[in-house]
Design a protein around this ligand. Structure first.
Ligand code: PLP
Length: 361
């Protein structure tokens, strides 16, 4: 008898994995993955280098220093913070701990792709909800609730939309959702958003026993390559999730660099300002070329081609030929759109110039 894996793993769509010999494409100008175009904070890099001497040791079990710094920075209880290898690891833990075969899980149709895969891997049923012009309408989430709903994943701000849901609406969502439905607020891009009516929702975690907020150091803090994420949750939920952590999920260098990174407010402001200025400039340039741009509060933007799918495909090809990588969104059914990440000023200009040539202007 051959060994047999669980059906809901082998028979459900999982995150598409490239073949074993795949190599991540490297473009001269890479605007594809919502990464920070700058090296991390010099303080984070120093901490990273110093950590090198300690690599013969296992890391601190609970990322103690990082949790303390985060607790102080946000005025939250650091005993209810859990650090993970990227926030992606936590999204998988949440699915493993809180959804089961046959449960329903609601998520935005144009929400972070990983939700769908985690839901499928748990043997649960994903319930994607529509948007209004790429904005989440909380009412659609409430309308999608059934007796079987166990959890809601909501990226706010959203990827790939770049839009956000005002905090009042998030509060209404929590108030009107059944108490036994866990609300997961994925705030991977929170640090970029300076809108007055936006809030990542950390206070809601203190107020309710069924809200968690996931955050990451991959984006504004430029540590995608190190894999550091963190989650704030009610004590009981964090204690449950700790069962899944294993011994040492966040490497010594990741803890050290992460701790230094979140203390460097000057670096954070520099990246945020650069991102917002770049979004403003690039959006304006693209709109002048007849391309529709969804207003973004993140470090990337969703753009829509007037010539539909064929024009988007031709543009994606043209950019690749010019060594510029962007994010195609066919997997979301968005086949006339691309997601463009902010680069350095020089990279942004190379991209905009290429777009001008492509659009014949
Ligand atoms: C909305 C959203 N959430 C979570 C993540 C995961 O980030 P990481 O695992 O690097 O923390 C991403 C990454 O692109 C994202 O876009």
């Amino acid at each position: 008898m051959p060994v047999k894996a669980n059906d809901h793993i082998t028979k459900s769509p999982s995150q598409p994995q490239p073949p074993a010999n795949f190599k991540k494409p490297s473009y001269a100008v890479n605007l594809a993955l919502n990464e920070n175009p700058f090296p991390p904070s010099p303080k984070a890099m120093d901490a990273y280098k110093n950590a090198g001497e300690k690599l013969n040791r296992y890391p601190e079990y609970t990322s103690h220093s990082l949790r303390q710094v985060l607790g102080d920075k946000y005025g939250i209880d650091n005993t209810r913070i859990m650090c993970t290898a990227g926030s992606e690891q936590m999204l998988a833990f949440l699915a493993r701990a809180y959804i089961d075969v046959g449960d329903e899980v609601i998520y935005p149709k144009y929400g972070f792709m990983i939700y769908k895969f985690n839901i499928a891997m748990a043997g649960a049923v994903g319930v994607p909800v529509e948007h209004d012009d790429f904005r989440i309408n909380v009412q659609y989430i409430l309308d999608a609730v059934t007796d079987k709903t166990r959890l809601v994943f909501l990226d706010n701000p959203g990827n790939p939309t770049g839009t956000y849901v005002p905090y009042d609406e998030i509060k209404r969502l929590r108030e009107e959702l059944r108490d036994d439905i866990l609300l997961v607020l994925d705030a991977a891009y929170a640090e970029f958003c300076t809108e007055d009516d936006y809030d990542a929702g950390l206070a809601l975690v203190d107020e309710y026993d069924n809200v968690v907020v996931t955050r990451t150091l991959s984006k504004l803090y430029g540590l995608s390559g190190l894999r550091v994420g963190w989650t704030y949750g009610p004590a009981e939920i964090i204690n449950t999730l700790l069962h899944l952590k294993g011994g040492f999920n966040v490497a010594i260098a990741a803890q050290a660099a992460g701790t230094a990174a979140v203390m460097d407010d000057e670096y954070a402001s520099m990246v945020r300002d650069h991102s917002q200025n770049s979004i403003d400039w690039m959006s304006e340039e693209l709109r002048m070329l007849g391309i529709k741009v969804t207003p973004s509060v993140c470090n990337f933007m969703l753009i829509h081609f007037p010539g539909g799918r064929d024009q988007m495909k031709a543009c994606d090809e043209y950019l690749k030929e010019n060594d510029i990588g962007v994010g195609p969104l066919g997997a979301y059914g968005l086949d006339a759109s691309l997601r463009i990440t902010v680069g350095t000023d020089e990279e942004n200009k190379i991209f905009v110039d290429a777009m001008k040539t492509f659009m014949g202007k």
